[in-house]
Design a protein around this ligand. Structure first.
Ligand SMILES: CN1c2c(nc(N)[nH]c2=O)NC[C@@H]1CNc1ccc(C(=O)N[C@@H](CCC(=O)N[C@@H](CCC(=O)N[C@@H](CCC(=O)O)C(=O)O)C(=O)O)C(=O)O)cc1
Ligand SMILES: N[C@@H](CCS)C(=O)O
Ligand SMILES: [Zn+2]
Length: 756
């Protein structure tokens, strides 16, 4: 049986690509150095797959920043503001990704958005009225040839035209159909070029097909692919879908002359039913996504072989595939020295998933797979009870009642009490929590982890940073302060480390955006809290100032969504366990005199099903209660804040209000404040702090720029309900930029207050 991989992690075993790119940004590395690192990583990744006998290996799954951005550049979709910088191509590319401020000009980055239901982020292509869409680049062709020179025949992968068009930002008043013909022509040229190069298989990714589609979308899909497939010549085309099932367009997809169709049987709840009800065309190959590309638990071969039996009943032309790109899992278990052998047995990262694919490829051919050693050793894991089960924790969840999810008194009454108690100026200024995680902060933690310094020395350093951070915020004139989160490696990993029931890795990095990676903890068993873990630092910070300092917590939904979740209990049970642990921390912070507590739900949208029909029953019905559970027992005058990194919650605005926080801050600056009208239309009760500048970019916003943004906000939001803050935490930024940006933020707010 043949095997396929949709895409491979590109950051490198030890994040070599991240370090090479960041050195290039700093000027410590030349373009030649950077290109050499990239080339060597690509070769390693292809060879690894070839060594595991993967027959369909992707090329062009590499990117210096993001594959959608690569596609925009390939298609000449480069907004004028970047062209006018007159930078060399690679620097223009990075200017689009990160913004640019320097001798060539001052421009914002492209908007950045979550990639479907993952913690990966893509850059939103911006088509302007004058954009001439056409094939101009050569990246996919160059990388195909590069692999070929190594003796490896790859299937180049490109983002599909429909997905690309539907994710792009268009000139006002335009629909994506307006650009359809130009995009088709460009893709026809891409296919023609691949054909000239002798490409055997081309993978076209269309994850948009797993989302809710309307008739126009389906029609566009048909038109696009009729036009493309008519010109495919000797190139075989694999239409690859992932992150769900294609229930809206199964008939239209199978009716087209694709040579292969990639279907996700892990997240695609209806994939098997679709196959059983409608069959599968005999002239096509089914690339069956059965190896989870998003989670790290070892595949259960009994379940997968049973699933493959059902699939085989409908087609024998089968390739075993990953469910999505392996970009979303870490590189290799081999780098983990602290997990026990028994624990490691439960996991597979990207490299180990190649072996899983190979083993399944063998087992599926066996007359009696159950007798095979690989099968037997796999099944041992699923027949014994894992350590980490705690009945007391399970009972705490079972004993929850309705009242545990309701905070009293109601919002309006609390709002008055809090205004009296806190006595903040109109348009209170604050930040989201983290301050720059500079080299010294990371070094201190690294030394502590290696045992080179003791707990007291580690804490003393962090207290020194907190003290400087409080002074800095006071000097700048912010109203509600934060302690700076210097003790945290990451807002989720740190919480995992502080709670029972999690496992941590050392090198299991997953790309989040650009060069930024996260190391999600693993939810291994039932979750509980042994002792308070944020109170001391918060209390210390509060002792240094008369201004309020926010207690800073990560919410249960975000902890669940940014960890590798369990597959043996429901998300609901897991999130309520985490919620109870965080609720204990909230009450301890309150008892320690912390009057404002922020519970970040940055990742609230992550597991929101991609289809609306599933939103409530599969997600919101437990995710919103999980947040309410965390703060339901606090006093009326304790102000509960929450923060979400993205403002894309237009469709769940009522549910966000029902989280019943007192204040919510969220990203808005990169998405043109579009959310504000939605808040107004929905009579949003929660006070809001839409981010007034973009923290993902190193550029410093001017006072006038921030003033303008605040004025726009005030046109739509009651001044009594508006907070002024950046988009998100400042941990990725440099100290200088942060001081300059926050100073401008406070000055802009002060100027506006004078006019109110
Ligand atoms: C807010 N966001 C977050 C998301 N997901 C999260 N889980 N957390 C988030 O905050 N998703 C959406 C957004 C945007 N995403 C990010 C993601 C990542 C970063 C970021 O800055 N990442 C850092 C890594 C942070 C970290 O954990 N640092 C560690 C040090 C790790 C390290 O490099 N260790 C070395 C060894 C060190 C030594 O021995 O000297 C190693 O492992 O080799 C720490 O601080 O301790 C990144 O660099 O990518 C930001 C926003
Ligand atoms: N409090 C966190 C939220 C990030 S989403 C921070 O400031 O980094
Ligand atoms: Zn955020």
């Amino acid at each position: 049986m043949t095997t396929s991989v949709i895409g491979y992690p590109r950051i490198g075993k030890l994040r070599e690509l991240k370090f090479a790119i960041e050195s290039y940004f700093k000027g410590d590395n030349t373009q030649t150095d950077l290109l050499a690192v990239a080339k060597s990583l690509r070769a390693t990744h292809w060879r690894q797959q070839a060594d595991n006998k993967i027959q369909y290996i992707s090329s062009n799954d590499f990117s210096f920043y993001d594959a959608i951005l690569d596609t925009a550049c390939l298609l000449n979709i480069i907004p004028k503001r970047y062209q006018q910088l007159n930078l060399p191509a690679l620097d223009q590319y990075f200017a689009m990704a990160r913004g640019y401020q320097g001798e060539h000009g001052d421009v914002h980055a492209l908007a950045m958005k979550k990639w479907f239901n993952t913690n990966y982020h893509y850059l939103v292509p911006e088509i302007e009225a004058t954009t001439e869409i056409k094939l101009v680049g050569s990246k996919p062709f160059d990388e195909y040839l590069e692999a070929k020179q190594l003796g490896i025949e790859t299937k180049p992968v490109i983002i599909g035209p429909l997905t690309f068009l539907k994710l792009a930002k268009l000139p006002a008043g335009q629909t994506y159909q307006h650009y359809q013909a130009a995009v088709i022509a460009a893709y026809q040229n891409i296919i023609a070029k691949f054909s000239q190069l002798g490409v055997n298989w081309l993978q076209i990714d269309e994850p948009i097909l797993v989302t809710d589609l309307n008739q126009q979308d389906i029609q566009a899909f048909e038109q696009i692919y009729q036009a493309l497939l008519a010109k495919k010549r000797n190139v075989k085309v694999l239409l690859q879908t992932y992150f769900g099932d294609i229930r809206d367009c199964y008939a239209q997809v199978t009716a087209q002359s694709f040579d292969g169709i990639g279907i996700d049987f892990v997240e695609g709840k209806q994939s098997v039913t679709l196959l059983q009800q409608h069959g599968f065309p005999a002239d096509k190959i089914l690339f069956a996504g059965v190896i989870n590309g998003k989670n790290i638990w070892r595949n259960n071969y009994a379940n997968t072989l049973a699933l493959l039996d059902k699939i085989k009943a409908k087609t024998t032309k089968l390739v075993i595939n990953t469910s999505c790109s392996l970009l979303h899992v870490p590189y290799t278990l081999q780098s983990e020295t602290k997990l026990t052998i028994a624990q490691k047995a439960y996991f597979t990262f990207a490299q180990e998933k190649l072996q899983e694919l190979a083993e399944l490829g063998l087992l599926i051919k066996e007359a009696d797979a159950k007798q095979h050693t690989a099968y037997k050793s796999n099944q041992v894991l699923f027949t014994r009870e894992r350590e980490g089960t705690h009945h007391a924790i399970k009972q705490r969840v079972t004993a929850l009642t309705k009242q545990d999810f309701v905070r009293l008194p109601e919002f309006a009454e609390r709002e008055k009490l809090q205004q009296q108690k806190l006595n903040l100026p109109v348009l209170p200024t604050t930040t989201i929590g983290s301050f720059p995680q500079t080299g010294d902060v990371r070094l201190n933690r690294a030394k502590f982890k290696k045992g080179e310094i003791n707990q007291a020395q580690y804490t003393e350093f962090n207290q020194q940073k907190i003290s400087e951070c409080i002074k800095l915020q006071e000097n700048i004139g912010l109203d509600v302060l934060v302690h700076g989160e210097f003790e945290r490696n990451d807002m989720v990993e740190y919480f995992g480390e502080s709670l029972n029931g999690f496992l941590f890795t050392e090198k299991a990095w997953v790309q989040s955006y650009g060069t930024r990676c996260v190391k999600p903890p693993v939810i291994w068993g039932d979750v509980s809290r042994s002792k308070p873990f944020t109170v001391e630092y918060s209390q210390y910070a509060q002792s240094l100032t008369n201004k309020p300092v926010k207690g800073m917590l990560t919410g249960p939904v975000t902890i669940l969504n940014w960890s590798f979740p369990r597959e043996d209990i429901s998300y609901k049970e897991s999130v309520f366990q985490i919620g109870l642990a965080i609720a204990d921390e909230v009450l301890d912070l309150e008892a320690a005199g912390i009057g404002i507590i922020q519970i970040d739900e940055a990742a609230l949208k992550e597991k929101l099903p991609l289809r609306k029909a599933d939103w409530h029953s599969e997600y919101l019905d437990w995710a919103i209660p999980a947040f309410r559970l965390v703060h339901s027992k606090v006093k009326p005058e304790t102000q509960i804040h929450t923060h979400m990194c993205y403002s894309e919650f237009t469709d769940i605005i009522k549910e966000i209000d029902q989280m019943d926080a007192d204040v919510i801050s969220f990203e808005a600056s990169r998405s043109n404040l579009e959310i504000i009208d939605v808040l107004k239309r929905n009579n949003f009760k929660t006070e809001v702090g839409p981010g007034v500048y973009d923290i993902h970019s190193p550029r410093v916003p001017s006072i006038d720029e921030i003033r303008l943004t605040i004025e726009k906000l005030l046109a739509k939001i009651d001044k009594q309900k508006l907070w002024v803050n950046p988009d998100c935490g400042l941990k990725t930024r440099g100290e200088k930029e942060v001081v300059a940006s926050l100073t401008n933020l406070v000055k802009a707010t002060q100027a506006i207050r004078q006019e109110l």
